[in-house]
Design a protein around this ligand. Structure first.
Ligand code: ZN
Length: 338
């Protein structure tokens, strides 16, 4: 696969100087794609997201959006966007955001058609509110409400290995990476009649064998490929093992980007901010590209301070066969989430 480099200004989302609109048209896959994991924060952000999504054939998206923004985005984009219930993190200083107000908003999300609820359980959540562990009493109460409303569950569990080696070194405070999964496995069994979507390859793109064991133990568990920088860095290391994994788990892996669409994020690199994520996540699965990722990955210089701030990971495409791609890009998300 040949890229046309150095024809656009460089920024943190485009270290190769790509014309992403041109490169999008060069990608091989031409059928519709669903992005199963994004965060649209408002109407203008939705307009920017879907304008770039059109370049890449993204026809639908599952968005984690603050409740008050849902009606306007729904009115503008209709069935193109599906909503996942989340607390309003912009009001994180008000503890009720994660307790009483959150419980009320779950019903309101359901009334607006949301079929999934997200339980964000990154270890750093403990710095925001004590209820942010997956099995806190508040979370278990929210699960009961959501289960009653017929919702599926989405979960963010753990974080990159690189973070456990740095931010989360204090395991007394944050727990070890392994310990994050104890509550998840318990709750997967407790809510065995619920489909669970574990974001970011269930937080373990570094270890596909371990992830396979989780999937084998829990038939109600599904994973998405979102978090572009993390996935590009770690999944590119697996080569054929990744191909085998995706094929073996056809019907349980959903494609997603984890694009955060907000006016602030758009300002960072304009169209490149979103286009880079679509381009990298498609290039990884449908091409044989083997070279630099165009996106600055801060974890590289965090782990090795001798590296420049602008360091990028390697991106190694696995060029999946069309049947597997159709499942990953579209059919699995339709079958599991709708
Ligand atoms: Zn996300």
């Amino acid at each position: 696969m040949q890229l046309t480099t150095n024809i656009r200004p460089l920024n943190d989302a485009n270290r190769l100087g790509l014309d992403y609109r041109h490169e999008a048209a060069m990608l091989p896959w031409t059928s519709p794609i669903i992005d199963a994991h994004i965060h649209i924060w408002g109407l203008q952000a939705a307009r920017d997201y879907f304008r770039i999504a059109d370049w890449f054939g993204i026809t639908e998206a599952w968005s984690q959006t603050p409740l008050q923004e849902v009606p306007a985005i729904k009115a503008a984009f209709g069935d193109r966007v599906h909503f996942v219930a989340v607390p309003d993190y912009s009001k994180r200083d008000d503890p009720a955001t994660f307790t009483t107000k959150w419980f009320d908003s779950i019903e309101q999300f359901a009334d607006l058609g949301a079929k999934m609820i997200k339980f964000w359980s990154a270890p750093r959540g403990r710095d925001i509110h004590p209820s942010m562990t997956l099995d806190s009493p508040e979370r278990q109460h929210a699960m009961k409400i959501a289960h009653g409303a017929g919702m599926m569950f989405m979960v963010h569990i753990a974080d990159p290995d690189t973070w456990f080696a740095t931010h989360y070194k204090d395991s007394n405070k944050y727990g070890t990476k392994d310990s994050q999964y104890l509550a998840l496995e318990r709750l997967l069994d407790q809510y065995g009649d619920v489909k669970w979507l574990a974001a970011h390859m269930c937080g373990m793109p570094e270890n596909l064998d371990r992830l396979q064991q989780m999937l084998d133990r829990h038939p109600n568990l599904y994973v998405d490929t979102s978090a572009t920088k993390w996935m590009v860095r770690e999944l590119s290391k697996h080569g054929d093992r990744l191909t085998d994994f995706i094929r073996h788990n056809t019907g349980r892996v959903l494609w997603g980007t984890d694009i955060v669409a907000s006016d602030g994020h758009y300002k960072m690199a304009g169209d490149d901010q979103y286009a880079s994520r679509f381009w990298a996540m498609r290039t990884l699965f449908e091409t044989d590209y083997d070279g630099l990722s165009p996106i600055v990955d801060p974890d590289l210089s965090m782990i090795d301070p001798s590296l420049p701030r602008e360091s990028v990971a390697m991106l190694k495409g696995i060029k999946l066969d069309p049947t597997t791609l159709q499942s990953l890009y579209y059919d699995t998300t339709k079958a599991v989430l709708q």
